[in-house]
Design a protein around this ligand. Structure first.
Ligand SMILES: [Mg+2]
Length: 349
């Protein structure tokens, strides 16, 4: 849990709630012009002038969404911010502020919260967002982390899930599937460690996969990139639950169908070799894996030339009439209906 197991352990009770908040929020600077006041009053005051505000919130529960056996607290803090920022980016908006709420049991010393906040502050700095509020409280068991992200955009820039046309192209940024395989590698190492705690894992072949799982990044760059190419996406979503599930969200909300081409799905070489080693089908990983935090979006056919050849983007399919359904076209040219098998927070085990 703590990176240095021998470090000092200061009990949270010794600081009291206000002392703890003061301690954790030390050194927070406000950089966004839209932040009028941040932490320190009953509420933060923001001003987005003529722009629209987008808001997204997400809760992470220990044992459900993360396992501190292989997720260092600093990484957890970083990732919790990134996943919220990714949702702002998925609206084609610019992330601007976050609030951070944490509940912890008394098993966590102050030093653990310092590491968690270290990751949160690093992500805020990396993405240029202000930390403007939050709450710290105690829990009976484990840790609960809730982050709310705010962002801004011009009304006409905001991209919803329901704008895809039935002849639009489907595009994904970066590569997908790596975060899921990173988790498989970490889970395997955890089992090995249980049997032999002296075993030092050799993870060189999986560095990219593990980084995608433990330290994902949000595609804050894509809004500006699309703007510079003079492309306004018609629908957009981030790949948090898996490509298949995100495609179905866009199709349902836009009232269109889709053909996704297996051979087009972008995969990193490390993912290809890890799937061979684990004997897992790479397409299954890519379409059902999730947690890649890449952006999935649609564009009008006539915009294709503007992004053709750009290494950030891969055209992976095209939309269709709703009556045609949502399908994966395999390498063997068979048509398989796409199912939403992405991760579902409420599904029974
Ligand atoms: Mg999302």
């Amino acid at each position: 849990m703590l990176e240095d197991k021998n470090q000092q352990r200061t009990s949270l009770a010794s600081l009291g709630e206000f002392g703890l908040i003061d301690h954790l929020t030390q050194g927070i600077e406000l950089k966004q012009p839209g932040t009028l006041t941040g932490i320190g009053d009953d509420a933060a005051v923001l001003d987005f002038k003529d722009k629209k505000t987008v808001v997204s919130t997400d809760m992470l529960v220990e044992g459900v969404h993360f396992d501190l056996a292989y997720m260092p607290l600093k990484h957890l803090g970083y990732k919790a911010v990134v996943v919220n920022i990714s949702d702002i980016c998925a609206m084609n908006a610019t992330p601007t502020q976050i609030t951070v709420s944490v509940a912890v049991s008394n098993r966590f010393p102050l030093e653990a919260l310092e590491e968690l906040y270290g990751g949160i502050k690093l992500a805020a700095k990396t993405y240029g967002v202000d930390i403007v509020g939050g709450d710290t409280t105690s829990s009976q068991k484990g840790m609960i982390l809730s982050i709310t992200a705010l962002g801004e955009a011009q009304a006409e820039e905001i991209t919803y899930r329901n704008g895809a046309g039935d002849s639009d192209l489907l595009i994904v940024t970066g590569d997908i599937g790596a975060a899921y395989m990173g988790l498989q590698v970490l889970e395997r190492e955890k089992e090995v460690f249980k049997v032999n705690p002296n075993n030092q894992p050799d993870l060189d072949a999986y560095t990219y996969l593990i980084e995608r799982q433990l330290k994902p990044e949000a595609r804050k760059d894509i809004k500006a990139l699309l703007k510079s190419l003079e492309i306004q996406p018609t629908a957009m979503i981030d790949v948090s639950d898996g490509l298949s599930s995100e495609i179905i969200h866009i199709c349902k909300q836009s009232g269109v169908g889709c053909n996704l081409y297996e051979e087009k799905i972008p995969a990193d070489p490390q993912l290809i070799s890890a799937c061979e080693e684990f004997n897992i089908d790479i397409t299954t990983v890519a379409i059902n894996g999730g947690e890649d935090y890449e952006l999935l979006f649609t564009i009008k056919m006539e915009d294709y030339d503007k992004l053709k050849g750009n290494p950030n983007f891969t055209v992976i399919g095209h939309m269709a009439k709703e009556s045609e359904g949502v399908h994966l076209i395999t390498r063997a040219n068979t048509k398989i209906p796409l199912k939403s098998r992405g991760w579902n927070a409420l599904q029974e085990e």
